[in-house]
Design a protein around this ligand. Structure first.
Ligand code: IPD
Ligand code: CA
Ligand code: CA
Length: 255
């Protein structure tokens, strides 16, 4: 499965690279700011083609085409471009994210940014890597000295679960915070210690599946906003180095 995962990431990565800064069709989905480009669709087609040719009986869940159910206990969860708005604006902060779920558990994931050449990978029980070098989360244990990252949903509700209030509280506490525009990179950049923590509301399984296993294998902690077990199919994610987890939770829960 690892070979297929890498082949799918590399081949779709070529499509992103070839078309970056080019002209391509861009459409809005449910709301005007939620974009899909011709390149998302081409990337997705290539990834699914590769998976289908190696594992025709496996299930697929992919952002643009949805679920392809073959009644298998393996599911490939695909985001053909995470960070589509960045890609559409020629900002090289985006990636292809693919997670492999077996019997309801993510066992392998890749997050590849072809524009920076960074490949994050993890397999259950075997650690996490960035371009083949082992990665671990940061050792910062004070939220006041941390660098955090977040994102906001496209939905018309501008303040779901008080995300803006949490953001505002963090900014007014002088804690540095970033908003990259790619949840999969946010999680992986937390996994390799660039960020100390990430939270967001309303993500989908394809935004998170690849990064989830990378963060866990890098020694991070991931829960929902009630500190219960994280579930890919639910909407809340808090992913940290583990050491500042309770402190960020406290801020989220305080608003
Ligand atoms: C989006 C990105 C963004 C997050 C959005 C996602 P897309 O995915 O991950 O960082 O804030 O909620 O939908 O649309 O670029 O695949
Ligand atoms: Ca996404
Ligand atoms: Ca996407």
């Amino acid at each position: 499965m690892k070979n297929t995962l890498f082949k799918a990431a590399i081949e779709s990565g070529k499509i992103l690279k070839e078309n970056f800064e080019g002209s391509f069709n861009i459409e809005s989905k449910d709301v005007i700011s939620n974009l899909v480009t011709e390149i998302d669709k081409k990337s997705e087609k290539k990834i699914i083609e590769i998976i289908k040719s190696d594992f025709p009986s496996h299930n697929v869940l992919s952002e643009e085409v949805g679920a392809i159910d073959k009644d298998s206990d393996v599911k490939w969860i695909i985001d053909p471009i995470d960070g589509t708005i960045n890609y559409a604006h020629a900002i090289p902060l985006c990636c292809i994210s693919i997670g492999v779920e077996k019997k309801g558990e993510v066992i392998m994931g890749v997050v590849y940014n072809p524009l920076s050449g960074e490949t994050f990978f993890a397999e259950k029980g075997k650690g996490a890597t960035l371009n083949n070098n082992k990665i671990t989360v940061s050792t910062e244990n004070e939220v006041s000295k941390s660098l955090l990252v977040t994102g906001f949903p496209y939905s018309s509700d501008k303040n779901p679960t008080k995300q803006l209030d949490v953001f505002s509280k963090i900014v007014s506490s002088d804690i540095p915070i970033r908003r990259l525009g790619s949840a999969a990179l946010d999680i992986c950049w937390t996994a390799c210690g660039r960020f100390d923590g990430f939270w967001e509301y309303n993500l989908n399984p394809w935004d998170v599946a690849g990064g989830y296993i990378i963060l866990v294998e890098a020694g991070g902690k991931i829960t929902n906003f009630s500190n219960s077990e994280f579930n890919l199919y639910e909407k809340e994610i808090l992913a940290t180095n583990g050491l500042i987890h309770d402190q960020v939770l406290k801020i989220i829960q305080s608003v």
